[in-house]
Design a protein around this ligand. Structure first.
Ligand code: PRT
Ligand code: MG
Length: 214
């Protein structure tokens, strides 16, 4: 049995066509089913439905052999025990620094001001501002980062941006890109050795599916 960990929502939606190309069809829709373990058209492959930020943890400990997780989530997790053999090029967005319209970020940085930055992505933010030599107080949030500068909790946020409409709706502007983000296939290192015969064909099918989608 091979277990693949996925989160509901955009990761699941954008993985479906790749699974299809790999010959794997889920037997239930996780958006409507309450089941957390879902069989597939291939008896030896099952899906488990987890919170996006929990995917690497399930794979790290071998509770899932494979998983699909955003680069953002993998950077925060650290990647211990995981192979990351393939960029699936789905769920793409950018990790950005954003500030309220009218806030002169470049000037604040030049002047060596101490910035309050709200984010869910502490590791990535710490590394980014550390490398730039910008002094920051990081405030950990679990969601809706866009609100923080509007109510005086922070000067800036670090968040994911895809269309930019959430920033616009809240009078925020992106001032710096930290990194481009997309979802990666992750594999438990021990599982790849022990179950190579079962896992490798699935890996190969994912590689072909990604290639075919340009
Ligand atoms: O929702 P939950 O708290 O359970 O977890 P999650 O938010 O981590 O999961 P989910 O399913 O929302 O996102 C899963 C993965 O999708 C993330 O880990 C990213 O790798 C990827 N992804 C791609 C995104 C976005 N695009 C994205 N736009 N994740 C979140 N967003 C959010 C962003 O945080 C912001 O609030 O969408 C908003 C901005 O979108 P635009 O289009 O208005 O710019
Ligand atoms: Mg979300």
């Amino acid at each position: 049995m091979i277990t693949l960990a996925l989160s509901k929502g955009r990761i699941f939606d954008e993985t479906l066509p790749l699974l299809e190309q790999a010959g794997v069809r889920p037997l239930e829709n996780p958006e409507t089913s309450r089941k957390l373990i879902i069989g597939t058209s291939r008896a030896e492959v099952r899906l488990i439905i987890v919170r996006a930020s929990d995917t690497p943890t399930y794979v790290q400990y071998g509770a899932a052999d494979l998983g699909i997780a955003g680069k953002d989530v993998l950077l925060e997790h650290g990647g211990a025990g995981l192979y990351q053999p393939l960029d699936l090029r789905i769920a793409a967005c950018r990790m950005m620094v954003a500030v309220p319209q009218g806030f002169d970020y470049a000037r604040a940085v030049r002047q060596g001001a101490r910035l309050r930055v709200a984010t869910k992505y502490l590791q990535t933010a710490r590394e980014h501002f550390g490398a730039k030599g910008v002094h920051v107080d990081l405030i950990k949030l679990y969601g809706s980062m866009e609100l923080a500068p509007l109510v005086g909790l922070a000067d800036a946020i670090v968040d994911l941006v895809s269309t930019g409409s959430t920033l616009r709706a809240n009078n925020l502007v992106a001032v710096e890109e930290i990194l481009p983000v997309s979802a990666r296939l992750i594999v438990n290192q021990a599982a790849l050795k022990l179950k190579r015969g079962a896992i490798q064909p699935l890996l190969d099918a994912f590689v072909r599916a990604v290639d075919e989608n340009g």
